[in-house]
Design a protein around this ligand. Sequence first.
Ligand code: SAM
Length: 229
Amino acid sequence: MRIDAISIFPSYFDVLEVSLLGKARLAGLIDVRVHDLRDWTHDRHRTVDDTPYGGGAGMVMKPEPWGEALDAIATDSESRPVFIFPSPAGEVFTQAKARELATAEHLVFGCGRYEGIDERVFDYAAELGEVRLMSIGDYVLNGGEVAVMAMIEAIGRLIPGVVGNPESLVEESHEDGLLEYPSYTKPSLWRGREVPPVLLSGNHGAVDTWRRDQQVIRTRERRPDLLAD
Ligand code: SAM
């Protein structure tokens, strides 16, 4: 998969060189290309923002650098890209959407800053590929970089070969609409706290039943909205 990220703070993405995604890049499973939006400006100050039409607080990202950035990346693409613009006003990014996006050939992430990007950019991007505005939750960040990092990690780990044992991806929270069961490792007694005896019993059927029950109990306690769904 090819992933492009456009940002005015490209160094946010330096951490993509470490851990599993770093290894996946070295192995050629993911081709990540990070771009500085200011490279597509043409004035001395490399300006990417301006005051909003209609007045109001804050600045808005200018359409011109975005248009040139999207043109350059789309022209250089071997497929029709999926453009993902992080936005608190977007559809909510979920595990199911991560799975769907993990099958794409080329994802392009456009990180907003200030009050966001001039709305016409999304309309224009739709001429070049599919456009998705995606929120990582009901809160507001200063910029799209952290949201994009979260999405790249959630999507990237679903690409075959990135996570060593693919079975570990199947039993996770949100894969079957429930939260994951609690996990324990050695020692069986730690600071007066015991591991649930069923996990030491060697009875795989009983372990499966216990884990399923725990998933339902946890989900009911912490995320009743998931059960309602
Ligand atoms: N004025 C915008 C609004 O109220 O919808 C918020 C702009 S926010 C300060 C700047 C940028 O941060 C956004 O353009 C987006 O890229 C990113 N951002 C902030 N919160 C986000 C969230 N919950 N999910 C995804 N991206 C977010």
